[in-house]
Design a protein around this ligand. Structure first.
Ligand code: CUA
Length: 182
């Protein structure tokens, strides 16, 4: 780089230096390696689940969540309903300032279509201790097909800063043995 004009008028038509060509090839090949790594790691790395996303009005998402809660509530914890929807069904968990609602109770080794969305701001769904992380946006229905393979109590923490109550935004998912309720 110079601040004076090039000495030759045709400055752009010179042969590329060998060292530069070597580095271009190395960078290009490495880019290809990293690209195929993404695909390979998706299948073998046990990373985050592949999700689908659909546009949805937050009010509609709220209605669907309410309908599930109304039909399948089996208990309550600190004012939050515990819901046990049938295996194979669509289950909903909504995020809002500052809670995950409701508490889901899922059966081990059964598959569910888990829907996540926000009623207000952006939140981060982080399932502990399994380390599954997803962004949750208002206006988008994030759908995952999940098959819990381990019974127990799992926490959902918000990992996207969402204001003064962010650190209190904790939810829960129970995984129970098939056929067990509560
Ligand atoms: Cu919701 Cu942080």
């Amino acid at each position: 780089m110079a601040i004076t004009p090039p000495e030759q008028r045709i400055w752009w038509n010179e042969p590329v230096e060998r060292g530069e060509i070597v580095w271009i090839i190395i960078a290009f090949v490495w880019g290809l390696v990293m690209f195929f790594m993404m695909i390979w790691w998706h299948f073998t790395g046990q990373q985050n689940l592949s999700n689908e996303a659909y546009r949805i009005d937050p009010a509609v998402f709220g209605e669907r969540t309410d309908a599930m809660v109304e039909q399948y509530t089996v208990g309550e914890e600190a004012g939050i309903p515990v819901v046990h929807p049938p295996p194979g069904s669509d289950v909903y968990m909504l995020s809002r300032l500052w809670e995950w609602w409701p508490i889901l109770e899922l059966e081990k080794d059964q598959s569910y279509r888990l829907h996540l969305s926000s009623m207000d701001w952006q939140h981060g769904f982080s399932l502990q201790p399994t380390n599954i992380n997803l962004q949750v946006h208002p206006g988008y229905d994030m759908v995952l097909t999940v098959t819990p393979d381990q019974a127990g109590e799992f926490s959902v923490v918000c990992n996207e800063f969402c204001g003064i109550g962010h650190h209190t935004m904790v939810g829960k998912i129970y995984v129970v043995e098939p056929g067990q309720v509560g």
